[in-house]
Design a protein around this ligand. Structure first.
Ligand SMILES: Nc1ncnc2c1ncn2[C@@H]1O[C@H](COP(=O)(O)OP(=O)(O)OP(=O)(O)O)[C@@H](O)[C@H]1O
Ligand SMILES: [Mg+2]
Length: 284
């Protein structure tokens, strides 16, 4: 197998939101490496920090502490202008609610045309938008307005917009959160196809465990850190087996799920034993 190439490296991300009198620790020292061409899901309970992580990856917010390296460059060492061009050149966003992605008074094609940067003629932009709409399965619907289309179709336009400047990375926050399960399946399939055909790295935040099973890797966030990950074992089959791993943070801490702790009858303190290269955590 080809050696995977690192695209993004998150190191010790901490994000603290200060509201009037309380501080919320949205991320608490999160480490994560994402490879070029990965199709990845981020899962976790509500409030665990998923959207916060996505916004940091997209350069929409800055962390309180920590770094995100793209190659050798830390995103947060960039000037505002450099960060803007990083975002423009590298990232496509897809949000949960269609109305955050689309302008209602523009047609599907026009919604894409206005999102294309760079020196293209009107005709070139039109041709590009038609090509993208075809790619996401909306050929023939180019001149329709979003309100004349279903939720799933609107999400496809949003995906076409996200692709329009040839991004390296697509960040999608609950892209199937507002559609039914059949539509959700079709959108998942579209993400898979785009990932395979265009090589674009796709990171999807989701509550949908069904979707999580369809991707190459699923990372679970709990309490603002990556606690475990599931990795696809057989890369080619759509319903491949996944193996689950726990993830140590940079301080060597390990989160063990409540279910496992309960099953082992472990409460607060444990005995940690090193036995022939295995570490055993034992109830005391
Ligand atoms: N702008 C903000 N100001 C204050 N607190 C915030 C802000 N954004 C997020 N938080 C808090 O940070 C924590 C993490 O939020 P985040 O939106 O990242 O969670 P999430 O995992 O995306 O949740 P959900 O699944 O509900 O979308 C939550 O406790 C949230 O209330
Ligand atoms: Mg969220």
């Amino acid at each position: 197998m080809e050696e995977a190439k690192t695209l993004i490296r998150c190191e010790g991300l901490v994000k603290i939101y200060k509201t009037e009198d309380v501080e919320v620790f949205a991320l608490q020292g999160l480490d994560l490496t994402i490879n070029e061409g990965e199709l990845m899901a981020i899962v976790g309970k509500s409030g665990s920090g998923k959207s916060t992580l996505l916004n940091l990856l997209g350069g929409l917010e800055t962390p309180s502490v920590g770094k995100i390296y793209i190659g050798d460059v830390n995103l947060f060492d960039l000037s505002k202008k450099e960060l803007l061009s990083y975002r423009r050149d590298n990232i496509g966003f897809v949000w949960q609610m269609c109305n955050k992605n689309l302008l209602p008074y523009l047609t599907a094609s026009e919604n894409i045309e206005v999102s294309i940067y760079g020196n293209m003629s009107k005709e070139e932009k039109r041709a590009r938008s038609y090509e993208l709409l075809d790619k996401v399965g909306l050929a023939g619907k180019e001149e329709k307005f979003p309100t004349q289309m279903s939720g799933g179709e609107q999400q496809r336009i949003a995906i076409a917009i996200a692709l329009c400047n040839n991004p390296k990375i697509i960040l999608a926050d609950e892209p199937t959160g507002a559609v039914d399960s059949k539509t959700s399946d079709q959108i998942q399939e579209l993400f898979r196809t785009l990932n395979k055909e265009m090589g674009v790295t796709i990171i999807i935040v989701t509550h949908d465990m069904h979707l999580a099973d369809k991707v190459d890797r699923t990372v679970m966030i709990s309490d603002g850190k990556i606690s475990s990950e599931k990795v696809r074992v057989l890369a080619e089959s759509a319903d491949a087996e996944h193996e689950e791993f726990s993830v140590l943070d940079s301080a060597g801490r390990l989160k063990i799920s409540d279910e496992l702790l309960e099953a082992a009858g472990i409460d607060k303190r444990v005995k940690v034993i090193n036995e022939d290269g295995r570490i055993i955590i034992e109830k005391i």
